[in-house]
Design a binder for this molecule. Structure first.
Ligand SMILES: [Zn+2]
Length: 270
């Protein structure tokens, strides 16, 4: 089933087929939640782990108009299998397949699928069924090493917001967690992006009113799963990367995927 996007992204089934090669290589697969299309087709939301006490976590596909991370991870499966032979990795590669398929930011309930405000004391209830299941998984089920490093691959489709003008072209990142801003992994990621074809925008204000400092926003309180992992699971650094999209295919998807493939190498370098 082809997606409703026009950027040439693969089908959801193609991505799942790639991720499932991890399971064939011995990784454990857990279905955390599911979403259902109007056709009745069920889209599973899965987690993959290469072993206990994950020291590295990679997340992608939370927002449906930000496909580059989920696609890069599908193309990175062979390398993940190699890395997973000696290290413990948690992969949450496509947390919003419904949004990816429909080219919409949020899930079917119109809410962020990994909203964590109910764990952070800001909401009484989970924002939607996926948020309830995904956050319960990372809080109660998954086994993380102390200070596990997290990389959450986003994009910033500024064209979604009429009236918002972001002057810069390029990328920026969030760093959350104890010592995250000056952590060697954060420095490496920032240096890589700075020299990439989608370079860091050093100064500016995001559409969420956050001010960039040297391309970075430190310790954001945005209710995301990244804030949750930093504050309630002790992860650090939790790095959220954003590639600014002026239009659906500006920059082109292939360029964004290539930048994220290189970023994965940098994240796993040590
Ligand atoms: Zn996003």
């Amino acid at each position: 089933m082809r997606t409703l996007a026009s950027d040439g992204r693969p089908r959801v089934a193609d991505l799942h087929e790639a991720y499932d090669r991890l399971e064939q290589a011995g990784w454990a697969k857990t279905q955390v939640a599911e979403q259902v299309l109007a056709s009745g087709a069920v889209l599973p939301i899965c987690a993959y782990t290469s072993g206990p006490q994950a020291g590295r976590v990679v997340i992608a596909g939370i927002h449906g108009r930000e496909p580059a991370g989920a696609i890069a991870l599908a193309q990175y499966v062979d390398r993940l299998i190699q890395l997973g032979a000696t290290r413990s990795i948690l992969l949450l590669p496509l947390l919003n397949p419904w949004g990816y398929h429909r080219h919409q930011r949020y899930g079917p309930s119109g809410q962020s699928v990994s909203d964590s405000d109910h764990w952070l004391g800001r909401a009484a209830e989970a924002a939607c069924p996926e948020a309830k299941a995904i956050t319960a998984y990372v809080m109660e089920q998954v086994d993380l090493a102390p200070c596990a490093a997290v990389l959450d691959l986003h994009e910033d489709p500024v064209y979604e917001a009429p009236g918002y003008h972001f002057e810069g072209r390029g990328s920026y990142l969030y760093a959350t967690g104890t010592g995250a801003a000056s952590h060697p992994v954060t420095r490496r990621v920032a240096a890589y992006l700075g020299n990439s074809p989608i370079p860091l925008v050093m100064n500016g204000v995001t559409r969420f009113g956050e001010t960039l400092n040297q391309g970075m926003i430190v310790d954001s309180e945005d209710g995301s799963i990244d804030e949750l992992l930093a504050r309630k699971r002790g992860c650090t650094p939790v790095i959220t990367t954003e590639l600014v999209l002026k239009e659906e295919s500006d920059p082109h998807l292939a360029v964004r995927v290539a930048v994220y493939l290189g970023l994965l190498d940098v994240f796993f370098e040590d």
